[in-house]
Design a binder for this molecule. Structure first.
Ligand code: NAI
Ligand code: MG
Length: 495
């Protein structure tokens, strides 16, 4: 709650009374049917892994075990790829686009019907606030299936005067920050264009992909068209290196992206890689400052900064720096960090202990580098992996916290005077996935968007997504685009 008081020089000062708390409003867990154990989804059925091993997936908000999932080895990967190949040759590539579309629509509708269950499981398994999974992840995942279902029988219009042929078997490896949404981004365009799929979710967040497998089974998709196998890096590597895979679609760290690139060099495998980011969010003095501050908060703190396109570097024009900094400090003080299942929570749990350690490491590096740190004063839950929203000022352009991806609720703040100066600073990273510009002037927006080397540039908004619009990066942020028509073309050979 905010109150005002007069300061010495008689200006009004906003004070936030942090003792005023929202009553807890937890979403019910009862809707989430999570099995104690999951097997691998291969050829339309849940089958035991040949490794006979399982690994645990926990709820990062309380460290409790949610389920044990099968750890697929090379033999399991081989079975899944063979199932996908047979389904491709015998059924899926021969099926008309109209028929394929019907199946994808069916999946879209079923995701929509079970949206609440998906949202709760996503939040339990990954730690993101229920508000995010309920309002963004799950509806956007359903929208991707709807959107690509619509293209399945219209490929001749998507690629006029060309014949679009499927590539074959796609090996898809996804990360833990948007587990269901990334699965939808990858599966929907692949199926629409006639490819079959072996998908591997991340080891800390496999549950919504396994739920999706149940839906795919209920939707009566021909066996083998979509196979979902669980495991960690070794399972992913076995999929990448399998000779029966024609295309790799990967989202994750730049380091693993580079390993994949090396592994497929000299083969006929195609690849799209969506890797890290270090997005600049730029506030000009003529911007609507309150909206801009809210956009910055949304861009880095909601979802714990676990977003590859998170606006992790803020550049503020000198003349409004003090005002923006004060507004940001006030605003982070009001952010609610805690139980991800609570509908009021802004910042949920960090996805894993390992990721929390990485974030702490960077916070320490920032302090050692001489930057000034400011954190909100909120209390953190006793159990689970949590991190306070953190601001760094006095940051040098060359400092590691301004150059490297932290993937947590940590924002660096720097100032600038001119457009040219901020363009140079914004582009001065190894990444180029996204950026944001806040200004009242359309001409400035056009100037900035053409000069910034980023796949997506948002103007007076941030982190907006739509299935029709392509997404992807420059430089070390990867190559290839997902979403929109561009996302379709990544799954076809044009003849
Ligand atoms: P990661 O890149 O290791 O994991 C992503 C996926 O790749 C997971 O499914 C994992 O099992 C798989 N994988 C791991 N090693 C593999 C290999 N050798 N071959 C094939 N697949 C492999 O990411 P991690 O370690 O979980 O996170 C580390 C950092 O990566 C984060 O701190 C963040 O900076 C970045 N990251 C970026 C993401 C993005 O959306 N661009 C998503 C997740 C992490
Ligand atoms: Mg988990």
């Amino acid at each position: 709650m905010a109150t005002t008081s007069k300061t010495k020089n008689n200006t009004l000062k906003l004070k936030f009374d942090t003792s005023w708390n929202y009553a807890p409003a937890p979403e019910s867990k009862s809707i989430a049917a999570i099995k104690d154990k999951y097997d691998l989804f291969i050829n339309g059925a849940f089958v035991k892994s040949s490794s006979k091993k399982h690994f645990k997936t926990i709820n990062p908000a309380n460290e409790e075990v949610l389920s044990e999932v099968a750890d697929a080895n090379a033999t399991d990967v081989d079975k899944a790829v063979k199932a996908a190949r047979t389904a491709y040759d015998k059924v899926w590539k021969k099926m008309s686009g109209k028929e394929r579309g019907k199946y994808i629509y069916r999946i879209a509708r079923m995701v929509q019907e079970r949206a609440r269950e998906f949202a709760v499981i996503e939040t339990l398994d990954g730690g993101k606030p229920i508000r995010e999974s309920r309002d963004f992840d799950v509806p956007t995942a359903a929208n991707h299936f709807f959107y690509y279902a619509g293209w399945a029988d219209k490929l001749e219009y998507a690629f006029p005067n060309r014949k679009a042929e499927p590539i074959g078997v796609a090996g898809q490896i996804i990360p833990w920050n948007f587990p269901l949404l990334m699965a939808a981004w990858k599966i929907a365009p692949a199926l629409a264009t006639g490819n079959t799929v072996v998908l591997k979710p991340a080891e800390t967040t496999p549950l919504t992909a396994l739920k999706l497998a149940e839906i795919i089974q209920e939707a009566d998709l021909p066996p083998g068209v979509v196979n979902i196998i669980t495991g960690a890096g070794a399972t992913g590597a076995a999929l990448v290196n399998h000779p029966g895979v024609d295309k790799i679609a990967f989202t994750g760290s730049t380091d693993v992206g580079k390993i994949i690139q090396r592994a497929i060099a000299g083969t006929n495998k195609k690849a799209t890689l969506e890797l890290g980011g270090k997005a600049a969010n730029i506030i000009f003095e003529d911007a609507p400052l309150d909206q801009a501050v809210e956009g910055v908060i949304n861009g880095i703190f909601f979802n714990q900064g676990h977003v590859c396109c998170a606006g992790s570097r803020l550049y503020v024009q000198e003349s409004v720096y003090k005002t923006v900094l004060r507004k940001l400090k006030d605003r982070i003080e009001t952010l609610i960090v805690g139980d991800p299942l609570d509908k009021n929570t802004d910042i949920g749990a960090i996805n894993s202990k390992q990721q929390l350690e990485t974030i702490h490491k960077y916070i320490k590096i920032g302090q050692q580098e001489g930057a000034e740190m400011h954190q909100s004063s909120c209390a953190l839950p006793g159990k689970g992996f949590f991190c306070r929203p953190t601001l760094f000022t006095n940051v040098a352009q060359s400092s590691r916290i301004a150059q490297e991806e932290i993937f947590g609720p940590v924002l660096t703040i720097q100032t600038f005077r001119t457009e040219d100066e901020v363009i140079e600073k914004a582009n001065n990273t190894p990444y180029g996935l996204s950026a944001g510009v806040w200004t009242d002037k359309g001409s400035k927006i056009f100037n900035m968007t053409t000069k910034m080397r980023a796949g997506v540039v948002w103007a007076n908004t941030f982190n907006k997504f739509d299935p029709t619009s392509p997404f992807g990066g420059y430089k070390e942020s990867g190559y290839g685009r997902e979403g929109g028509l561009h996302g379709l073309s990544a799954y076809v050979n044009l003849i």
